[in-house]
Design a protein around this ligand. Structure first.
Ligand SMILES: [Zn+2]
Length: 166
């Protein structure tokens, strides 16, 4: 049986349109997820200015795929301490954030949780030496575990002491 050429042409056009729409939706999902964290990069130990409600804090771990960051072997127990701190995270109202350093969006989505603890939103606050308050995204646990991020020495030390004290 011979299909009329017009009908075949319509089917092909519809398939092409469907493909285009699917590709566009995928592109938008990926692009919006990647765009959310833009503008939240701060280098370590700069004054925290992200929210006017917190003054006197120091930034730690506000990483971006557009900036190099310190790498190295983190002290033993640091990831556990950070995950534990992430259970008591603050400022969670800012919405979900996906890791920009993960190679794929699916992987970034998966890494929004570490051992059942959500790290895709909110901050952890760690008191340091003197009156210092370190402010890091909860995502820091993932950065240290999976992207070899090495936070400043005093932050690591303070996070580990906070964890042991708690
Ligand atoms: Zn990642």
């Amino acid at each position: 049986m011979h299909h009329p050429p017009v009908a075949a042409g319509q089917t092909a056009r519809r398939d092409r349109r469907l493909l285009t729409v699917t590709a566009l939706v995928e592109f938008l999902i990926t692009a919006s997820a990647r765009l959310v964290p833009t503008g939240t990069y701060f280098s370590d130990l700069t004054p925290y200015t992200y929210s006017e409600h917190e003054s006197g804090g120091l930034n730690v771990s506000w990483l971006s795929d557009e900036h190099p960051y310190p790498r190295g072997k983190a002290p033993d127990g640091l990831v556990d301490a950070l995950v534990r701190l992430a259970k008591d995270k603050v400022n969670v109202y800012r919405g979900s954030h996906f890791c920009e350093l993960c190679p794929t969006f699916l992987e970034a989505q998966k890494n929004n949780y570490i051992g059942g603890t959500f790290v895709g939103s909110g901050e952890i606050h760690v008191p340091g030496e003197g009156s210092v308050l370190y402010i890091a995204p909860a995502m820091i646990a993932h950065y240290v575990r999976d992207h070899s991020y090495l936070p400043p020495y005093d932050f690591c030390h303070s996070a580990l002491s906070t964890h042991s004290a708690g």
